[in-house]
Design a protein around this ligand. Structure first.
Ligand code: BES
Ligand code: MN
Ligand code: ZN
Length: 490
């Protein structure tokens, strides 16, 4: 999607469709579109409620062929988050009508870079359709191609906001396309290929640790999960090194990359199992974030680690009761082979810490329990370091992604006791997301670390007016914001 900023007045823009943001309780001026809007408001046909749309053809007094009204709700409650949604609604309303070029007026919100950024991100993410495998694309595959955004003044801040949004939105969609790849296509090796190709075109350093290398290093816990599959595991490592770093800080982004999770021998029920292709959403998100960071070039060193495996119940699969020794050294009793994410992340987190990373964040579709706790709106955050967690939460807030912190009291670790090893890989029914996080904490070598459990938010069950059903690309924006806004840590 291409964007241009213009100062041309909305009435003067020649375009197939001009989108106007409308607020509830604020009927447009008498003369707009020859009074038609006033009538529509008066009759209740269009009220300006959020997500509402309407189209007026050949609006009087405008050069646009159509006027698209996009409801935004109450102006007083209109935040960048609402603007992002409005952008998504606009893109989807246009695409539903096969309109590929449009303009939009920022009007009173002009010269607010935050609003421009949110609108642009909303347009890009709203325009995404997970239709890689559809022979006949929706609306003949006519996607929104060009958007002109009219504002009062084009400042460097506005241009920077637009560029930032473009890069971030595209990275988010790149992640979504990857997450949507089915398990038969996207094996760990193919995921590594995709990462390598992306790294090459983005100018990132890429290292793929293969099975032999991981055996040599001692990633036994990761290999234990992989052994039930005919597909070999990989660890993807992407490195971004700034030309001039502002500090000695080294950020690690670690993402769970289970390309398909059957549960292994502790096999999952077949109902809904098809969705377990999204169990690599964490890996896809850290890779997508790296794609954006390579373009935004923040002054901080960032390395992504994506441990990738397929969790299958093959003849060589690990059994419940197996005891494995982690890369870190502690032994783990695998009481449930379906709690595999924490096993592969344990080795990856230790590896990241030992590679010299000073700040760790991981993203993982780790537990079903997180959706029981938070539903599908918020991801959970778990940390061993209050200040670092605060920075991640603030980045999420600015990026418009919802993340809620959980307690991590020491007593929760008691849930992970094993009779025969240092740790069990499951903590029982209650507080399942917390015990999973406490398990991970054992492997971060005391480094400041935040774990994001994204199992409830990485997949959208039903299409929304602003977003297609399927992968959401959560938490690409938070990770980008975190690194792009890097300030030297104390
Ligand atoms: N990948 C799943 C978690 C998950 C569940 C992601 C639903 C997305 C939607 C994870 O590997 C898993 O199976 N977790 C188990 C843990 C349990 C065995 C302790 C779970 O949540 O049931
Ligand atoms: Mn599992
Ligand atoms: Zn899993």
């Amino acid at each position: 999607m291409e964007f241009t900023l213009t100062t041309t007045h909305s009435r003067e823009i020649e375009t197939p469709a001009f989108a106007m943001l409308c607020f509830s309780g604020e009927p447009p001026a008498e003369q707009t579109a020859g009074g038609v809007l006033k009538e529509m408001f008066a009759s209740g046909e269009f009220t300006g409620k959020a997500n509402e749309t309407a189209v007026v053809h050949r609006p009087v007094g405008m050069k646009a062929q159509r006027l698209l009204l996009v409801g935004c709700g109450e102006r007083a409650k209109f935040t960048p988050a609402q603007m992002r949604t409005a952008g998504g609604v606009m893109a989807r309303a246009l695409q539903a009508r096969s309109i590929q070029q449009a303009a939009v007026g920022l009007d009173g919100l002009t010269n607010q870079p935050e609003m421009l950024r949110a609108l642009t991100e909303g347009l890009i993410t709203g325009g995404f359709e997970p239709d890689q495998y559809k022979t006949e694309k929706k609306n003949g595959g006519k996607l929104l191609e060009r958007v002109e955004i009219s504002c009062i003044e084009i400042t460097p801040e506005m241009e920077a906001a637009l560029e930032r949004a473009r890069i971030t939105g595209e990275a988010q969609n790149w992640t979504r396309a990857l997450v949507n790849e089915p398990g038969n296509v996207l094996t760990p090796r193919l995921l590594a290929e995709r990462a390598r190709a992306m790294a090459e075109e983005s100018g990132l350093e890429c290292e793929i640790l293969d099975e032999a290398r991981m055996r040599q290093l001692g990633f036994r816990t990761l290999l234990g999960v992989a052994q039930g599959s005919a597909e070999p595991p990989v660890m993807i490592v992407l490195r971004y090194t700034p030309e001039q770093a502002s500090s000695e800080d080294h950020l690690a982004l670690v993402g769970k990359g289970v390309t398909f999770d059957t549960g292994g021998i502790s096999i999952k029920p077949s109902d809904g199992m098809e969705k377990m292709k999204y169990d690599m959403a964490g890996a896809a998100a850290v890779l997508g974030a790296m794609r954006a960071l390579a373009r935004l070039k923040p002054p901080v060193k960032v390395t992504a680690f994506a441990p990738c495996v397929e969790n299958m119940p093959g003849a060589k699969a690990q059994r419940p009761g197996d005891i494995v020794k982690t890369f870190q050294g502690k032994t783990v009793e695998v009481l449930n082979t379906d709690a595999e994410g924490r096993l592969i992340l344990a080795d990856a987190l230790t590896y990241a810490a030992r590679e010299g990373c000073t700040h760790l964040v991981d993203a993982a579709t780790l537990t079903g329990a997180i959706a029981v706790a938070l539903g599908h709106l918020y991801a959970g955050a778990f940390s061993n370091h209050e200040a670092w967690q605060q920075r991640v939460l603030e980045a999420a807030k600015s990026a418009g992604e919802r993340i809620w912190p959980f307690p991590m009291d020491a007593e929760y670790s008691e849930l992970l006791k094993s009779a025969f090893a240092d740790l069990a890989n499951i903590g029982g029914r209650w507080g399942g997301s917390i015990s999973a996080a406490k398990f991970l904490e054992e492997f971060v070598e005391g480094k400041p670390w935040v774990h994001l459990d994204i199992a409830g938010v990485a997949w959208l069950e039903e299409a929304k007016p602003w977003m297609a059903k399927g992968p959401t690309g959560f938490p690409v924006r938070t990770l980008v914001e975190l690194a792009a806004g890097w300030i030297r840590s104390a």
